[in-house]
Design a protein around this ligand. Structure first.
Ligand code: PLP
Length: 443
């Protein structure tokens, strides 16, 4: 019996999601399209098994095969990132980061990371996150040109003596200054951690500088540019082991039994091993480099058409559109209008955002998933034209001041845009165009 027969409701919803993807372009920078092989491992019977502990040291019997799978994932992670230690069990990026805190900090310690509206991640001490409640959190910012303010990083570090400094973000378009911040971290004796959740695939491909020589610990997700299943990795570098020879052991204990999670998701571990195996092939280098070429081309295309970008360009896989020239808090309009036209993106804060994280003033647009579909510079020209046309259509919509007004206004906005002939035309153009670029596990 297969799903279609046993649970037609879920089966049909999965089919509907496939169709949604065929009809559109996935341009959320943190998303990608996994390979059939990754999905095969992820959907395997490995999910049935309990294996709390680590290879050779389990709390359950019957883990002879699981040990070999986890060891393979570990070896591939070490090889891909050039590090001597890897833990492949984190369920996702946020638990991986939390395990790092548990491994090297005590509650009440000071930690430092990039401010969330400036592109930083919620798990690096943002005010609504538990990390800001159990640690004293200090945030650094980006300058008006979109680059991390290194002078501020140094001043804050010297003043606050953080135990841990993060470098890594969720909406940052420039290369991360790992080397520069490592000098600051060394000066104040802090653990320096690179969170490369977004750029992991670019690092493996050599399309972004590796943090490995400069940081003590590297965390990442496995489902963004790395193109694997949802999951996380924590790695310790040579530099990290030099600072603390026990660091790997401390990370392992923090992941389990320290309190972050229980039994590892073995199907996920196997799928991560498959994704890392794919990432170690020469084609992946080409893929990573093409992601950046596409993103740069997209940035050019958009700016030529009058769309303002944070930092006036990009070094990586994403651009951040700054919609403030037509008023604050307008990210939601472009996100929803593009969604109706068949381009999936997400609203995002911009540096010094005059609005709030729920009604931010920008939109993030990324190229990892469309590059997986085989699109190149030529296609970026077309896509930037569609995006610029949609951006033009929403120019006159302004975000009202109060919550009640906003809800009403957004309802009206949605129905107007949905019925807009231009949007309908772009939607059918995109759906036709997409047929030439099949999605690996779907078409
Ligand atoms: C996506 C992301 C994470 C968290 O990943 P989840 O898997 O969603 O928990 C952590 N850090 C950064 C910088 C990210 O972009």
């Amino acid at each position: 019996m297969n799903l279609e027969q046993t649970d037609p409701k879920i089966y049909e919803l999965i089919e509907a999601e496939k169709q949604r993807r065929r009809d559109g372009l996935e341009m959320i920078p943190s998303e990608n399209h996994t390979s059939p092989s990754v999905l095969e491992a992820l959907g395997s019977i490995l999910t049935d098994k309990y294996s709390e502990g680590y290879p050779g040291k389990r709390y359950y019997g019957g883990n002879q095969v699981i040990d070999r799978i986890e060891n393979l994932a570990i070896e591939r992670a070490k090889q891909a990132f050039g590090v001597p230690f890897a833990n492949v069990q984190p369920y996702s990026g946020s638990p991986a980061n939390f395990a790092v805190y548990l491994a090297v900090c005590n509650f009440g310690d000071t930690i430092m990371g990039q401010n969330l509206p400036d592109g930083g991640h919620i798990s690096h001490g943002w005010k609504v996150n538990i990390t800001s409640k159990i640690f004293k959190s200090v945030s650094y910012h980006v300058k008006s040109d979109g680059y991390i303010d290194l002078e501020e990083v140094r001043n804050l570090a010297v003043e606050n003596k953080p135990k841990l400094i993060w470098c890594g973000a969720t909406a940052y378009v420039r290369e991360f200054p790992f080397e520069e911040i490592s000098k600051i971290a060394d000066e104040v004796g802090a653990y320096f951690v690179a969170d490369i959740a977004h750029i992991a695939g670019l690092v493996i491909a050599g399309a972004h500088k590796s943090p490995a020589p400069f940081v003590h610990i590297i965390t990442t997700t496995t489902h963004k540019t790395l193109r694997g299943p949802r999951g996380g990795l924590i790695m310790v570098t040579e530099k990290g082991l030099k600072k603390d020879a026990e660091l790997g052991e401390k990370i392992n204990k923090a992941v389990f039994p320290g309190g972050v999670q229980g039994g590892p998701h073995n199907h996920q571990t196997a799928a991560i091993a498959v994704a890392l195996g794919e990432a170690l092939k020469p084609e992946f280098k080409e893929y990573g480099k093409q992601i950046v070429k596409n993103s740069k081309k997209l940035a050019e295309g958009l700016m030529e058409r009058g769309v303002k970008l944070v930092s006036n360009g990009t070094d990586n896989h994403m651009v951040v559109v700054d919609l403030t020239p037509d008023g604050p808090g307008r990210g939601v309009f472009l996100q929803d209008a593009l969604d109706m036209a068949g381009i999936t993106v997400n609203k995002n804060t911009i540096p010094a955002d005059p609005s709030t994280p729920f009604y931010p003033s920008g939109v993030r647009i990324g190229t990892p998933a469309i590059t997986t579909r085989g699109m190149k510079e030529k296609e970026m020209e077309l896509i930037s034209d569609w995006i610029a046309r949609v951006a033009d259509l929403i120019k006159n919509y302004k975000l009202p001041g109060t919550k009640e007004e906003r809800i009403e206004y957004l309802k009206r906005f949605k129905s107007e845009i949905e019925n807009n002939d231009q949007i309908k035309k772009i939607k059918s153009e995109i759906s036709e165009f997409g047929k030439n670029f099949p999605i690996p596990a779907i078409n």
